[in-house]
Design a protein around this ligand. Sequence first.
Ligand code: PEP
Ligand code: MG
Length: 308
Amino acid sequence: RKEELKSFLYVESKTQDGKRIKLFANIAHIEEIDAALKNGAEGIGLFRTEFLFMDRSQPPSEDEQFEVYKTVLEKMEGKPVIIRTLDVGGDKNISYLNIDKEENPFLGYRAIRLCLGNKELFKTQLRALLRASIYGKLKIMFPMITCIDEVYQAKWIIQEAKEELKKENISYSQNIEIGIMIETPAAAVISDILAKEVDFFSIGTNDLIQYTLAIDRTNDKVSYLYNPLHPAILRLIKMTVENAHKRGIEVGVCGEIASNQEFVSVLIGLGVDELSVNPSKILNVKKKILQTRFEEENLRVRELLNWQ
Ligand code: PEP
Ligand code: MG
């Protein structure tokens, strides 16, 4: 089986009827880059930077972050690298941020909300990212977006960081793409509006399912309701893909379902352009992509959209 999977390493990731599906890797630590490359990742679809900030007594400095981001970009040798800005708060506590304990952490002060409220912390990360951008193909991604104003604010702070660097004669790449995660129902529903302001979407199905079906993703008692094929989820994904494609931007999926054999073909049928999965799952997912017929899945999905 391992040998069989290895034989897919140099095969282009596309469906039987020729639809290209980009196959990227999710990572949280730079140690995982080698595994991503060894399994043929075409890029990094999600670098979860929060692990850089956890289990320590103060945030990583700009230079420390710069070194990490530079390493990822260099090792990926010009392949796209989507780095997600800090996604903490709520259940992922960080002592030095002094976040108050909350009744509903998943509905609370987390991710982009926390970053917009801690501008120095956020800007330090953005400066480190901008400085690293000259070492590869960086794409910056914001988590937990619910409204257009968060996008405006985050982009504004990037602009400020760029102006600071310019004044300091520090270079950064001129074509860094800015994208957002679609992981709240609100973002999916207004994806037509959001698509005008960003260069790409990545659907975070772990949270999208949690928020749409109103089930805490860490609560075992309600996990039986965690159904990625619920028509509400499929409709939100479809809507997001259509709105993105109308604006000519691409849509990836970086939630866990992207690596599940059962759901890969459904996501392809819904028209997504890219799947991002754990490095160890890449070749399994490629095998599934190679077996899938897009036109067939597209028809099958139309039924699923109306049926549970
Ligand atoms: C998601 O929500 O699907 C996602 C990829 O982000 P995380 O699992 O880090 O919340
Ligand atoms: Mg998420």
